[in-house]
Each structure stands twice: as C-alpha cells, then as structure tokens.
Design a protein around this ligand. Sequence first.
Ligand code: SF4
Ligand code: SF4
Length: 706
Amino acid sequence: MSPIGITVLLLASFLAFSYFTARKLAIVAALAPEVRWDRPWSRLRSVLGNGLLQQRMVRREWKPGVMHAVIFLGFMSLLVRKVQLIVIGFDELYAFTGPLGDFLTLWKDLVEAAVLLAVAYALYRRLVLKPQRLEPNREGLLVLSLISIIMVTDLAFDAFRFAQYSGTVSAIAHERAHAPLGGWLSSLVDHWPVGTLGTAAAFAYWTQMITVCVFLVLLPLGEHFHIVTALPALFFRRGTPANEVPAVDLSPLLDDAADASELKVGARTAADLVWKDALDAFTCTECGRCKDACPTFVTGKPLSMKWVNDDLKRHLLEQRQTLVEGGAEALARLPPLVGDVIGEDTLWSCTTCGYCEAACPIELELLPKFFRLRQHRVMMDGEFPGELKNVFDAYEVQSNPWGLPADTRGDWARGLDVPLITSAEQMAQVEYLFYVGSAESFDVRGQRIARAFVEILREAGVSFGILGAREPTTGECVRRVGNEMLFQQLAATLVETFNGLGVKRIVTCDPHAYNSLRNEYPAFGGKWDVVHHTQLVATLLDQGRIAVKPTFERVMLHDPCYLGRHNGEYDAPRRILERVTRDAPLEFPLNREKAMCCGAGGGRMWMEEHIGRRINVTRVEQALPQRPGVIATACPYCAVMVGDGLKAKEAHETTGSQDVAELVAVALIRKPVEGLVPTRAHDKVEASTTRARAGCPRPRASTAPT
Ligand code: SF4
Ligand code: SF4
C-alpha cells in the first residue's frame, strides 16, 4: 500500500484521539479524590460480567442485549485484524499463516458477519421500532454507519486481494482457503482484470483505514467515549448499597472557631464532585435504560439519570478550564450545580428508589451525587422544599415526622399486652426487639400492620418486645433529604439506647428502618442482626411454627424498593403469598428488580407532587388491568401510597391494599388452646405468658389517635 500514507494517517488520528481523550480525563482527574480500589476481585467480576459479557444488558432485554454484546465484543476482537491491516500497509503481501493465523482468519469472517447482522438489527430498532427510551440521536446512526462501512470494506478488501494474489502468492491463497466469507466473495470477482482488482483492493483498504481513524477521533468527542471508559467505570463502581449516603464530617460545623467561609458540606459546584461523577457523566451511553421505570420520568417530572448525566457532561466541558487550571478563587466562582445545571425540582423529585442505577448496564451512579447536593442545600444553604421544614421540626421535637407526642409512640399496642422492654435483663430474655418505627407507631394505617404482625409472632410463640415510648427513630428519612446533622443526632440516641439495652436481634416491618439499621448503623456503632418481617414470617411458615389456609385470590405484590432493590429481598414476601392465596399470585408487569417505586422514598412521602402525574396513582394503574383483588405490600409507606392510589382511581371497593402481615394474620390457622376458644383470649394468654417471662410492664395508655 503506502507506508508513508499509513504512518501519517495513524499518527494524526492517534494524536487527535489522545488530545481529546486527555482533555476529558483531565477533568476527571481534577475532581475530588475518592478511594475505589477496595474489593478488587469483585470489581474485576463486574468488568468481566457486565463489561465484557454484558450480562446486565442481556438479562434485562435479551435481543438488544445480545445485539450490543455482539457489536462490542466483535469490535474488540477485530483489533487484531486492524493490526494485520496496518502491517499490510507496509508489506502488501503479508498474510496470516500457521494454526493461529488460520483461526484468526476464520474468526474475523464469522465476527464480521455477526457484527453486520447486529448492526442491521440496531438500525431496524432505531429507525423502525423506535423504543420510547431511545431519543433521536444522530451520533448513534453515524457510529452504526461507520461500523458497517468498516465491516463491508474489510470483506471487500479481502475479496479483491484474494482474487488479485491467490494465484501467485501462496500465503494469500492459504489465507483465502481459511476465510469462508472473503473466499466466497473473491470467487465472484476472480475473473476481473488484475489491475482493476488492485485498484478496488486499494480503494477498500483506504476507505476502511480512513473510516477507522475517523471513528477513533470521534470516540472522545461524543457519547461513544464509553467504548474507552465503560470498563474503567465498571471497575471503579461503588459496589455498596445504591442508597448509601456519603459520609460527612460534621465536626467543622460544630466548631464555633471554624471559619464559616471554609466550611464544606456536601456538593455545591462541579469542583465539589468526586472524580467518579465526572467519569460517569462522560461514560453515559445515552441508552435511556435508566428511564424505563424511573418513577419521576414515567410520571413526567424533570428527572432521569440520563438527563442528569447529559447536563453534567455539558457543564463539566464548559467549565473545563476552571476545573483543570483554575486556582481556589476561580473554583469558588463556579456556578452552583443546583439551579444552574440541575433544577431544584430535579433534585427533590428523586425518590431514591435506585431503579436507574440497577438498570444502567454500566452501573453508573446517581444517588451519591444527589445526596451530596441535598446535604449542601439543607445544611449550608438552608434551601429545601417548604414541607421539609415541618418534618425537621417534628423530628427535632418529637422524633417522628408526624410531630405527634413522642411519649405516645407505644400507644398503638394499647390493649395488646405487647411486652415492653425497659432493661438489658428483659432484652436478654426475648428473641427479638420488634422495632416498630414511626409509620407503624403513629400512622393509623401502619398501626394495623404492627398489630397484625404481633398476632403472627404470638401465634408462632416468638418471644419479642418493643421499646414503646422509649423507641428512638432511625432518622432514615431526614438522612435521605440531606439533613445529616439531624440524622447523626438521632442515630447517636438510637445506638446509645439499643447498645445500652444489649439489643442483638431486631425485626421490623419497615424496609426503610430495615435498610438503615442493617446497612447504615454499623458505621455509627450499631451492629445488630436485623430481619424484615417478611423474612421472619416466611421462615416461621417454613418451620411450621405457624400455619395458614389459602384464603385470598388475585393477590399482586408491589415490591418495596428498600426491601427489593436496595436489599435484594424479593422472595420472602412471595413465599408467604403462595401460602395464603388460593391461586397463583399475580405479578406487576414491572416487578422484582424492575419494580416501579410507590413514590414515598427519599423523603417524598412528605413532599407534594406539583409536577406531572402522581407516582402512586401511576403505580396502581399498572396493576388494575389484571383486576387484582388485593395489592399486597411489605412496607407501611407503600401501603399508604397504594391505598391512596386505589382511592384516586376509585378502585378501593374492588381492590384492597394490604401488608403481607395483614394477609397472614387473617389466614392464620390458630392453634387450639385447651379451654380457650376465642382468639383474643388465646392471644391474651400468650401475651401475658411472654410478658411474664420477660418481666415487662405494659405500655402506657395512649393519647395519640389510633
Ligand atoms: S433513584 Fe429512582 S426516582 Fe431517582 S432518578 Fe433513579 S429511578 Fe428516578
Ligand atoms: S445512565 Fe446508564 S442507563 Fe442511563 S442512559 Fe446513561 S448509560 Fe444508559
């Protein structure tokens, strides 16, 4: 071919690629450090599974998943072919020989055929099927076209070259014999004059090499930069629960001598982000998978992880010079992210359900960013949705978001003779501390769930107790909305109380409390064995400690995000439903890891929905076409949201909203107790026996509404 031509072409394109790549990576390197080297094996597993094998993508949507995997892996494996083509640029008669060469020749043909089929399917999806999440995107079409050109010209080059030389150069004839597609194509042009074949081969060669170089230069300029950054992004993924709130050192805030202008809490500008935030923004493929069941996107609110990455990427590039070269003064002048880049409504719309992160094929992250932005808005700016002011005040004064008197926290149990734990000695005598949480202590709907669960524990003979008015709140909700200061105060009280009582095992019906106690409190000195009530009830059923009769029909489970997506528990509530239903439980079209949030998480329970459709109503609408008799939940907040959604759709007469525990309590086959037939009487004996064992006093009488 032309050694000078190929050298100049390669040098120019590699220089341009390196220049544009370095410009972007310099921004990543300029942001705050964060250690992401721990657990290297699990990181490598992620690179192999979700990077090279594209498992997440294939598992969620097998057809587009396989298509993308074929294009990606095919493209990668053809790099060896590109090296061969570069060598041919210097030595026109070079050919692969030997067993490895024969394999590479065969492999190349097969891969090129597979990639061409996959590209055809990708074009069909984009141009004909047009899935809703794929926004019109010229870059996507351009890249697919470039890939097609590279594959077609490579096959054409082989065909012309084989026909030109296979009669005279034995190595090329040998290669032709091992290239099924190229060999067959060359048989179609064998009769062409040698000169014409040479010109055609040169044309195919240079068209391909120029296209490869154009592709290389375009990579760092657009969304296809992910071909370079996806594997590093997967390796440096967080790998801890999606809704883990970034640690905040609050000591400067508590230090009166600290210089207020030096204080930094959370993130205000792009300079406060960590390096992985920038890497994620540059890695986003704009595939839109994060939007499919994002409750905010689905209901018309201005938030999806794709849009956030898009806006952030644009902002980082606009501020590149300041971020990379600016001193402290220049960095301080950067515009705030919230308001200028990410709208207030965008920030506060998020329910922290984690769908987007679980759906993203390359495990990009949104929540850590949002938590840091919320922390800054709340603790430094004092700017947040007005409804949250009441919530913070209520927590500060009464340790619950309803603002009801803290000393009425145990009143839900009035008349149930639930054992009340007041000392470490009593705690040591019970199997479980039943952590009731604010929703089931103060909200009428939640109280019914707590009572049903107590009935189950009694029937199973599980010894347990509650803390009643002494029960501290987890503060989970205030943490999710950025008030880390208040959360840490509440957490200190909870840890002191639990550890002072020697708490070891906790059961709770609230997935938010479950998540917080299980995943967050260890960092604050609270190391307990925490189970969700569905896990305990499923075990009690398996062990035969309780029995139920199939009672309900057409029951459909709504997966709570904080139980399912954030803690991986999808089976326990289903195992229970299989026992209490006469027919097979129904499933939401969006279920398990694809389940859509009810709209209550991330503090949204306490904020009005001003934009778009209501999330809980939309969730209920997804169920109603199957005419469920009951939408079962496993979270007191979900129960409220689903119940309200059913009322809004005027479907509450035909479809109930029940916690799994409430269904079990109704379906219980109660063990006969000699001389005691009525259920309540039986309960009383069981309760007083348990209470006597634990030596617990009754909870105090209620003044709270129940
Ligand atoms: S966490 Fe949930 S609500 Fe927030 S952006 Fe992701 S999918 Fe949407
Ligand atoms: S954030 Fe992930 S899922 Fe969403 S568009 Fe980007 S790559 Fe796709």
